[in-house]
Ligand binder design. Structure first.
Ligand SMILES: [Cu+2]
Length: 133
């Protein structure tokens, strides 16, 4: 569903420049915005693997306007967080993480109300939904 009208910012995890490695559950990731500002208030979601609508947990993800979601790839293979769905000609237009490798984070901040479907380009059966209240 394309009901989004506001700005959407891609958040770059600061760990992108470091050697990827396993992060134990409970370790707080450092998520930084494009201008380098550290995001301290975010909701963590997990990319669990190829599990249909349980692939991303929680599902749906419910957040408020202005809040950030940080997806952690908890699987052993790469996945994406891509707007839309497999047959949608607009897929990936609003956001597209590219390959998120295992143990790495991808973050997005949502500045407007809306409902957003997303999926994994590599495994289109992996689907999730974001609700911004
Ligand atoms: Cu995938």
């Amino acid at each position: 569903m394309l009901s989004h009208t506001g700005d959407l910012h891609r958040i770059l995890p600061s760990s992108e420049s470091k050697t990827p490695g396993y992060q134990s559950p409970g370790i707080t990731p450092i998520i930084a915005s494009e201008n380098g500002t550290q995001i301290v208030n975010y909701t963590t979601a997990v990319i669990a693997g190829i599990e249909d609508d349980d692939s991303y947990t929680p599902n749906p993800i419910e957040i408020g306007v202005g809040q950030t979601i940080a997806w952690l790839n908890g699987d052993t293979i790469s996945h994406t967080v891509t707007s839309g769905e497999d047959v949608d000609p607009y897929e990936g237009i609003m956001f597209d993480s590219g390959a998120v490798i295992p143990s790495q984070y991808y973050g997005l901040t949502f500045d407007a109300h809306g409902e957003f479907d997303y999926y994994c380009i590599y495994h289109p059966e992996m689907v999730g939904e974001i609700t911004v209240e």
